[in-house]
Design a protein around this ligand. Structure first.
Ligand SMILES: Cc1cc2nc3c(=O)[nH]c(=O)nc-3n(C[C@H](O)[C@H](O)[C@H](O)COP(=O)(O)OP(=O)(O)OC[C@H]3O[C@@H](n4cnc5c(N)ncnc54)[C@H](O)[C@@H]3O)c2cc1C
Length: 377
């Protein structure tokens, strides 16, 4: 077991920190205030090779392993407080790009070049209002016909929907089989679906989400991702990536908060003492550091499982549960350590509390993941 970054990872980390600090962060406050997605920043992420970072070079990607991508995403989130932009990137890569890369046909793979160039965003649409956390209780149907399938359904909370060029959509191709081989994944172009207005939300301000309506979409069999009935497997595989790499973002956000707190408590003096001189303040900082380091270890264990082809389900679930709840603690501590300033817009810290709470819900609520972990032993 080696806990050090490889020389390549050290270089990736340094590059991503510098990129996040100099390119992404300067306009973050304006984007967050306007609650607007960073289209220009997305182009810059693409130019730096980040929108297709996990894709093979044959698709114009940077061929990063999951562990390398975790290093990059953590560094970006350490340097850049635009959590929405980075969440959009992570969701796109893991729940959109991974299914197409891993399960798509040669024809579907042609899209991946556009992904690497930042010209194609892929959204994942599985959640439905009535099924929620129980994602596979979905009711959208893809009814076989002579031309392929007619897809009807209504998806909610679809990250990046207002921007996406393609959607990975999950629907029942066999209602009787349901979870057991009756759910299939389709790759649909934007023109095929109807996207609702952007959801008004109070977390991840710059990451757009919307409902997606499938009003009798006619899909060709070539638009299936993988085989008919492979939807559950495709989705769960993508969730292993998502739970791991979004957890890397949580690590980065926590590190950003700790860095800010360290600077603040050393600079802030109330009378004869700086805040940093109080033992209880030091303990809080130490607890934040422990939360960050334990999170990092779990992320890299899950990433190593993905990279070595092991079953990553439990490792990814553990990483997601722990990092999101650590993020809640760290965000709350960061606000507390800043005192009254902590709740002012100028310090922009309370947004992290909402983002951390969202992290306990997306990619499977932590209660559901605890059930997965309990079942796995
Ligand atoms: C920021 C964000 C981005 C998202 N992006 C996408 C996306 O791109 N694509 C997509 O398809 N979906 C997406 N989702 C949807 C997400 O997967 C669902 O919100 C999640 O699965 C929970 O479903 P729900 O919101 O309907 O909550 P519900 O199912 O109503 O659950 C509410 C709460 O009840 C509890 N609960 C639920 N089930 C159980 C259980 N079995 N045991 C114990 N407690 C339970 C949990 O506390 C849970 O948070 C996103 C959600 C968020 C918040």
């Amino acid at each position: 077991m080696n806990f050090a970054y490889t020389p390549t990872q050290q270089a990736l980390h340094a590059q991503a920190l510098e990129f996040g600090r100099t390119v992404l962060e300067p306009n973050t406050a304006a984007r967050v205030a306007a609650r607007s997605f960073g289209s220009e920043a997305w182009g810059q992420l693409a130019e730096a090779g980040y929108t297709g970072m996990i894709l093979p070079e044959a698709f114009g990607g940077a061929a990063l392993s999951a562990a390398d991508a975790a290093v990059v995403l953590e560094a970006l989130a350490t340097a850049c407080s635009d959590t929405g932009l980075l969440f959009s990137l992570g969701a796109h890569l893991c729940a959109g790009v991974v299914p197409v890369w891993m399960h798509g046909s040669a024809e579907q793979h042609t899209l991946l070049h556009e992904v690497s160039k930042g010209r194609c965003i892929i959204a994942n649409a599985i959640t439905e209002a009535h099924s929620g956390s129980n994602a596979f209780a979905l009711r959208s149907t893809a009814t076989p016909n002579e031309q392929g399938y007619t897809i009807t359904g209504h998806k909610v909370f679809c990250t990046n929907a207002t921007l996406a060029h393609h959607f990975v959509v999950y629907a029942l191709t066999d209602v009787q089989k349901g979870f057991f081989g009756g759910i299939s994944a389709f790759l649909l172009p934007r023109e095929a679906v109807h996207v609702g207005p952007a959801l008004q939300k109070d977390a991840l301000h710059t990451s757009p989400a919307a409902e997606v309506m499938l009003n009798g979409v006619q899909a060709h069999t070539a638009q299936l991702l993988g085989k008919p009935g492979a939807g559950v497997q495709i989705f769960l595989h993508s969730m292993n990536w998502e739970r791991t790499l979004l957890s890397a973002l949580h690590c980065g956000s926590m590190q950003l908060l700790l860095n800010r707190c360290m600077a603040y408590v050393k600079a802030r003096s109330t009378g004869s003492h700086t805040l940093a001189q109080h033992q209880s303040v030091q303990f809080k900082l130490a607890e934040m550091a422990v939360d960050i380091e334990t999170s990092r270890v779990l992320v890299h264990k899950a990433a190593a499982f993905i990279d070595t082809g092991k079953n990553a389900t439990a490792a990814a679930a553990r990483a997601k549960v722990h990092t999101s709840e650590a993020f809640v603690r760290v965000a709350s501590a960061a606000v507390q350590l800043h005192g009254g300033n902590g709740i002012t817009s100028a310090y922009a810290l309370t947004q992290f509390m909402a983002d951390a709470q969202a992290a306990c819900i997306y990619s499977g609520p932590n209660e559901v993941l605890r059930s997965v972990l309990a079942a796995q032993g």
